[in-house]
Design a protein around this ligand. Structure first.
Ligand code: HEC
Length: 111
């Protein structure tokens, strides 16, 4: 009886470990989810700033050349420390997550 429980427990631990390992290639999706959860309210789900908040704050379209021409360091600094109505995320996101946000914004560049 007890042995069976132990075996079930270790199967569970193994399955969770496998789940973590398998989720690594899905990081890009995590960034998209983080953007939707934390940024979309102002920047819009498509990052163009086409929201009422975005319009009233005059947020620039993150997919536009004007935003994309900035360096990764500039975008990282903006997200980390904020500016004006843009909140600072240094206490809310890890450095890795902020890096993920910059990478995500790069994927949105207008071609
Ligand atoms: C409360 C509304 C709000 C939220 C939430 C928000 N932003 Fe912003 N964001 C702004 C505003 C306003 C600006 C323009 C700041 C300025 O230039 O004065 C801005 C600017 C930016 C810029 C620079 C754009 C440019 O014009 O160069 C980036 C990049 C950015 N935000 C990314 C993010 C990311 C990533 C998140 C989520 C982790 C986020 N923002 C969440 C309001 C917001």
């Amino acid at each position: 009886m007890n042995e069976r429980r132990t075996r079930q427990a270790s199967a569970f631990v193994l399955a969770s470990a496998l789940g973590l390992w398998l989720s690594a290639p899905l990081r890009a999706d995590d960034a998209a989810a983080t953007f939707k959860a934390k940024c979309a309210a102002c920047h819009g789900a498509d990052a163009t700033g086409n929201t009422s908040v975005g319009k009233s704050l005059h947020i620039r379209d993150l997919t536009s050349a004007d935003v994309q021409k900035q360096s990764d360091a500039e975008l990282t600094a903006m997200i980390t420390s904020g500016k004006g109505a843009m909140p600072a995320y240094k206490d809310k996101l890890t450095a890795d997550q902020i890096k993920g946000m910059v990478a995500y914004i790069r994927t949105l560049a207008k071609k």
